[in-house]
Design a protein around this ligand. Structure first.
Ligand code: GLN
Length: 281
C-alpha cells in the first residue's frame, strides 16, 4: 500500500524529468482516472492508501504521459464547451479555441428555434452536439471520413441524449449531396504539411494526421468544404469555418469566389485569426 500523496509525488517527478508541462495536475488527473474518483476527492484525501495494483496502473499511465501522449487520450475524456466528451485516439482532441464556433452560432441564432445544421469533419461531434444541447429545436448532420469518428459521435450523442436530433454519416464531403442547410460549420484539417512538422510532439506523434493536415498548403480541405457548402447551403444561410492563423485572406478570397459575403472574422485566445463567418448570397 502507498498513500495518494506519495504516489502523486512519484508521478509528478517522473513527468517533470520528462519535461511534461503540468506534472502535478496531470498526475492528479491520471490518479483520478485510476481510482475512479474526482480530483476534489484526491486533494482532500492525500493520506488515503491505495492498493499496489492501482499504484502500478497509475505509474503505467504516467509512463505513457511521459512519452507525450495527450492526457485526453489517456483518460478517454475531454471537456468542451459545457460538457465532457468521450474521446479516442481516432479523433482530434477538441480545442478550447473551437468553442468560438459554438459561441458564435448561439449568438447569431438567438432568435431562431428551428435550424438544420451540417457539421463537416465532425470528429468527436463536439461542436454539433454542444450546439444541439443549447438549442432543443435544432437538428444536425455530422460528416466524417473516419468510421471510428462516426462511431464515437454516436456514443456522444447518446450520452447527451441528442441522438433523436442528430445524424452522423461516414462520408467525404465530395460524395455528400443530401439536403439543404441553414447553417454549415466546419473545423477542417488546415495545417500545411510543412507546418505540421513544427507542431508539438504531443500532437504530431499522437493525434490523427487526417484531422490536422490539409494538403501541401493546408487549404485543400478548406477548399472542398467551401465549394461543397455553396451547394448544400440555403440562400442566406451561414457558413462558419475554423481556419489556420495565416489563412484569413486566402480563405476570404475562396469564399467570395463561391458567392459568400464575409460577415466577420474572429481571433482565438492567442490573438490569431481563427474563424470566419460568412453568408451565402
Ligand atoms: N470537429 C472536430 C473538432 O473541432 C474535429 C475537427 C477535425 O478533426 N479537424 O474538434
Amino acid at each position: 500500500m502507498i498513500n495518494i500523496d506519495r504516489a502523486l509525488n512519484q508521478g509528478s517527478s517522473i513527468l517533470k524529468k520528462n519535461n511534461i508541462q503540468s506534472p502535478r495536475l496531470d498526475s492528479e488527473i491520471l490518479m483520478s482516472k485510476v481510482i475512479k474518483k474526482d480530483r476534489k476527492y484526491i486533494i482532500f484525501n492525500l493520506d488515503k492508501e491505495i492498493k499496489k495494483s492501482l499504484f502500478y496502473d497509475f505509474i503505467d499511465l504516467i509512463k505513457k504521459r511521459s512519452l507525450g501522449k495527450p492526457i485526453a487520450y489517456l483518460t478517454g475524456k475531454k471537456n468542451f464547451w459545457k460538457y465532457e466528451f468521450e474521446i479516442s485516439e481516432n479523433v482530434l482532441v477538441p480545442r478550447p479555441d473551437t468553442e468560438l464556433i459554438v459561441e458564435k452560432v448561439l449568438s447569431i441564432t438567438k432568435n431562431r428555434h428551428k435550424l438544420n445544421i451540417l457539421d463537416i469533419g465532425t470528429g468527436s461531434g463536439c461542436i454539433l452536439i454542444s450546439i444541439l444541447m443549447e438549442k432543443k429545436g435544432f437538428y444536425g448532420t455530422g460528416l466524417d471520413v473516419s468510421k471510428k469518428c462516426i462511431d464515437l459521435c454516436k456514443i456522444n450523442s447518446i450520452k447527451f441524449k441528442t441522438e433523436g436530433r442528430s445524424k452522423f454519416i461516414k462520408s467525404d464531403i465530395d460524395n455528400f449531396s443530401c439536403g439543404k442547410y441553414d447553417l454549415i460549420i466546419s473545423n477542417p484539417p488546415y495545417i500545411s504539411k510543412i507546418d505540421f512538422n513544427y507542431l508539438e510532439k504531443d500532437i504530431t506523434n499522437f493525434e490523427p494526421k487526417l484531422a490536422l493536415i490539409g494538403g501541401i498548403d493546408g487549404l485543400s480541405a478548406v477548399k472542398k468544404v467551401i465549394n461543397k457548402s455553396s451547394e448544400l447551403i440555403k440562400k442566406s444561410g451561414k457558413l462558419i469555418l475554423e481556419i489556420g492563423f495565416d489563412q484569413k485572406n486566402k480563405v476570404i478570397g475562396l469564399l467570395k469566389n463561391k458567392g459568400f459575403y464575409i460577415n466577420e472574422t474572429l481571433k482565438d485566445f492567442a490573438n490569431n485569426d481563427r474563424c470566419i463567418i460568412s453568408t451565402k448570397i
